[in-house]
Design a protein around this ligand. Sequence first.
Ligand code: BDP
Length: 682
Amino acid sequence: MNFNLRQLAFFLLICCCIPSFVLAEDGSQLWLRFPHIKQGISSNQIFVKGNSATINIAKKELINYWQGQAVELKTDTSLKSLKDGFKITSDPKKITISSSTEIGLLYGVYHILRLQETKADTQNLNITEKPSYDVRILNHWDNLDRTVERGYAGYSLWKWDELPNVISPRYEAYARANASIGINSVVLNNVNASPNILKKDYLEKVKVLADIFRPYGIKVYLSVNFSSPKVLGNLENSDPLNKSVKVWWKDKTSEIYKLIPDFGGFLVKANSEGQPGPQDYGRTHADGANMMADVLKPFGGIVMWRAFVYNPTPEDRAKQAYNEFVPLDGKFRDNVIIQIKNGPVDFQPREAFSPLFGAMKKTSKMVEFQITQEYLGFSNHLVFLAPLFKETLDSDTYAFGKGSSIAKITDGTLKTTQLSAIAAVANIGEDNNWTGHHFAQANWYAFGRLAWNNDLTSDHIADEWLKQTFTTETNFVNPIKNMMLTSRETAVDYMMPLGLHHIFANEHHYGPEPWGDYPGARPDWTPVYYHKADANGLGFDRTMSGSNAVSQYNSPLKEIYNNINTTPENLLLWFHHVPWDYQMKNNKSMWDNLAYKYDKGVKGVRTYQKIWDQVESYVDKERFFAVQSKLKIQAKDAFWWKDACLLYFQGFSKMPIPYDIERPIHELEDLKKIKLNMKHHN
Ligand code: BDP
C-alpha cells in the first residue's frame, strides 16, 4: 500500500475512532484466529534443540498462542514409521511432542493449538498421529495472467508480475494455513497449463515461492503442458519416444532441481479437452507418463497423470477413462500415480464413484476432489464438502473383496502400490477471506484434515472448524454444525436429486439448463445427453441393456447397479432410465419423489436462513451479514433450480406437481431466457 500523507492521516484517524475497523473479522485469519490470546508461553518454557526455520516457526507459534504447560519438542528417529506424524504426551507441567521430522514437530504444535482453541482436554495427552497419505496436495487452477479457472475468490494469490522481487505477505500466510492442517504439497498452476511456466524467468519466480513454503513443509509441483518441448524448445514435435524430446525434458528437469532441490514433480492433463498429449503421436498415456517419470526419478520426483479423459464418441462419457486406462495397468513406472476424479463424469453434486478405483491393481492411484465449487453454486452457496469427500473415500470398490474402500485402496492400507497421495482443486484466491464465502474456508480445512486422517468424521471436522473459526459456544456450534452437515444433501436436492447430473447451463456451470441442447455442440457438453428425459421417463440407462457402464464395477456392485430395485435411490437416474410413474420405496412415483426432493432442497436453504439469523449475537457483524446475504442468493437459486427442472421435466411427465408442495413462482419461458455473463471455454 502506498499512502500519501493526507491518506495516512485519514487512515490513522479511522483506526483510532472505530476500533472495529482494526479488529474487523474479515475472515482473513481463517481458522487461526486465537481471538482471546494476547501472548503465549515464554521462550524459556520451550525445550528444543536446533534452530532451523521450521523449529523457529514452531517456537513462534507457541510463544504467540500457547497458554498451557511448558513444551518440549523432541526429534526421535525411532518414530520413523510415523513419517511426518508425531507423538504427544503430557503431565501437568510439560507437554512433549516427538517426531522423527521437524515438520512433524510443527504439526504437533498445530495439533495442541487446535486442542486449546476447540477447548478440548490438553492435560492428559497420549496421542499418536500418522498421516493417511504421503502427498497431501492442493491443485491450483491458476493461470499466469492471474485469472483462476473455476475460481470464485478473486484473482490468483500468485503475483507473477511482481515475483521474484516483490513478496506478498500472503505467501507465507498461505503456507502457514496449509501446514496447520497438514497439507504438504501444492501445484501452483492450472492443469490447462501454459508452456511458459517452464521458462527460466517463471522458474525463478517459482523458486521464491518454494523457498517461502519450505519451512512449512510444503513442496512445490507444477502442471506442465505436454507440448512444451515443441513450443518452448522449438523441437519438431513433443513425441515422448523422440530422443531429443526426452533430452529436452531431462535438461528442463535438472534446471528445475538446481533452483528447487526438493521440487515435487509434474501434474499432467494430456489428451483431454483439447490439451496435447502422447496420443497426438500415436503413443499411449503410459509412454507419455513414463518418459517424464524417468527424468524425474533421479531427483525423487513423481508424475501425477490425470485420468480425466473423454472424447465426443458414441461411448458413454462415464465409461471412457476406464476404457482408456485399464489396458495400461502395470505399464506405468513406480513414480507415476494416476490422478482420478472422485466420479467418472466431473465433480457433480453427486456421482457414483469412478470405477477406476476398483481396477488397475498394479498402478498407484489417487483421488482428485474439487474444493472450488464449480458445480455447487460457486462461492455463493453454503455447501460443506466433507460429507461428499467421505462418501467417496468410504465407498467399497470390492477390488480385493469386501472392505476395499477407496480410502484403503489409495492410502496404502491395501498395500498394492508404491505411492500414496490425495489431491483437491483449491478454492483459494486473493479475496480477503481467501475463499469468497466464509463457509468455503471449511472445505479447504476439511480436505486438509481428511488428507491427514481419512478416518475423521464430517461431524468432527465441522466441529473443530466452527470452534476455531467462530466460537465454541454450543448454542452457536450445534445448530450451525447441523446446517453444515446437511448442506451437501440439500444442494443435491435442489440441484440434481436421485442421481441426476450435469444439467447445468453450458460454460459457467452455475444455474440450471435442463433444456440445453445446443445445435452443433458436442453432445457430451449438453444437459439432454445426461438426463435423457422423454415421454417414458428420465435418467441415463447405464445397465447391461444400456451403455453397460455397470460392467466396470466389481461384483456385487455391477449386479446391484444393474437392477433398478437394488440401485441406491440416490443414484437411480445415474444408472437407469426410469418411468415417470415407477413406484419407489416410499410407494410414491419417481415423478413425485423428484418433486419432493426439489422442494426439500428449497426448504432446507430457507431453514438455514432462519438458523443463521438466530445466531446473530454470536457472530461479528461483518461475517454475519456476509453469510446472511449469501444465503439469500442461495435461497433464490434453489427456487430457480426447482422451478426450472420441475417445469421442464413436467413437459415430459405430464403429471401434476404434488399439491402439498409450493407452486412454481417462475415461468419456464422466462427461465430459459436467463443468460449469465460468465464465459468459459466449455
Ligand atoms: C472441468 C472444468 C474445466 C477443467 C476440467 C479439468 O470445467 O474447467 O479444466 O474439469 O479438470 O470440471 O481438467
